[in-house]
Write a protein that binds this ligand. Structure first.
Ligand SMILES: [Zn+2]
Length: 237
C-alpha cells in the first residue's frame, strides 16, 4: 500500500509519542558530553570509579540513542592507556559512557618504547580531538609486570613477540631494584611513571601543551581486589 503524506505524519507523531514514553523523563540528553578541563575530567573519572567500587555504577550513556548521538563526531574527556588485561575495562571501572573515553589498551600499559602505534594514538586524540587529560593506568597483579620481573631474574627469553613486549617493562624492574616495599607494586608504579614522564616530554604535540597547562598526564594504579583507582603522585625530579 502506498503511503500518503498524511499517514507519514501520523507515523511520525506516533513514533515521537513512543520515544517520549520509552525515554525516562530524567534521562540526560545524549549529546550532553561536555568540554572540560583536565582537572574536571580527572574528577569525573574518579567520581565514576568511586561509584563503581561501591557497586553503585550508573552505567551512563550506553543506549542506542547515545551511540547515535556521537556517531558523527566524538568529544572524549580523557585518554586512558590501560593494560589489555580482561579485568581492566576503563569504561566499566570509571563508570563512563560511549564517547567519553579514548582508550588505548596494550599489555603492560607500556608507552615508552612502544612505538608509533601507542604514541601516535595518544597524539591523535590530543591534537585532533583536544582531549585535555591522559591517564596511564597500571593495575595490581599484572601478568606483563610479573613476566618482566621473573624473566629478568631467570635471564631466559619468552617465545614470539612476548619477549619484546616484556623487555619494555624491564627498565622499571631495574629502576626499583633494592627499594623497600612489595616488588611487583613498585615495578607497576615505576612502569606507569615511566609512561607519564615519556609523554610529558614527547615532542612536538604533548610537551608544549603540558608545559602550557592545557594537557595533563597522570598515572594511576587500579586495584583488582578493591576496584579502586589510586592516582599516583608526580615523580619528584
Ligand atoms: Zn596487566
Amino acid at each position: 500500500m502506498q503511503r500518503t503524506p498524511h499517514s507519514a505524519d501520523v507515523t511520525l507523531v506516533v513514533a515521537t509519542l513512543m520515544i517520549a514514553l520509552v525515554v525516562p523523563a530524567h534521562a540526560a540528553p545524549p549529546t550532553q558530553i561536555k568540554t572540560v578541563t583536565a582537572d574536571e575530567a580527572l574528577k569525573d573519572l574518579m567520581d565514576g570509579n568511586a561509584r563503581f567500587a561501591k557497586g553503585k555504577a550508573t552505567s551512563p550513556r550506553r543506549s542506542p540513542a547515545d551511540f547515535r548521538a556521537v556517531s558523527e563526531a566524538q568529544n572524549p574527556i580523557a585518554i586512558v592507556v590501560a593494560c589489555a588485561d580482561s579485568r581492566v575495562s576503563p569504561e566499566l571501572l570509571f563508570d563512563a559512557g560511549v564517547g567519553e573515553l579514548f582508550v588505548i589498551r596494550v599489555a603492560g600499559n607500556v608507552v615508552d618504547g612502544a612505538g608509533v602505534t601507542v604514541k601516535g594514538s595518544i597524539e591523535y586524540a590530543i591534537a585532533e580531538l583536544n582531549v585535555p587529560l591522559v591517564v596511564i593506568l597500571g593495575h595490581t597483579n599484572c601478568g606483563a609486570v610479573k613476566a618482566a620481573v621473573q624473566h629478568i631474574d631467570e635471564k631466559d627469553s619468552l617465545p614470539g613477540s612476548i619477549n619484546g613486549l616484556v623487555e619494555l617493562i624491564k627498565p622499571a624492574v631495574n629502576k626499583v631494584h633494592g627499594q623497600p616495599g612489595e616488588k611487583y607494586d613498585n615495578v607497576t608504579r615505576a612502569n606507569v611513571n615511566a609512561g607519564v614522564e615519556r609523554l610529558k616530554s614527547l615532542q612536538p604535540i604533548l610537551a608544549p601543551r603540558v608545559k602550557a597547562g592545557s594537557v595533563k598526564v597522570v598515572g594511576g594504579v587500579y586495584d583488582l581486589h578493591t576496584g579502586t583507582v589510586k592516582v599516583l603522585e608526580p615523580e619528584s625530579k
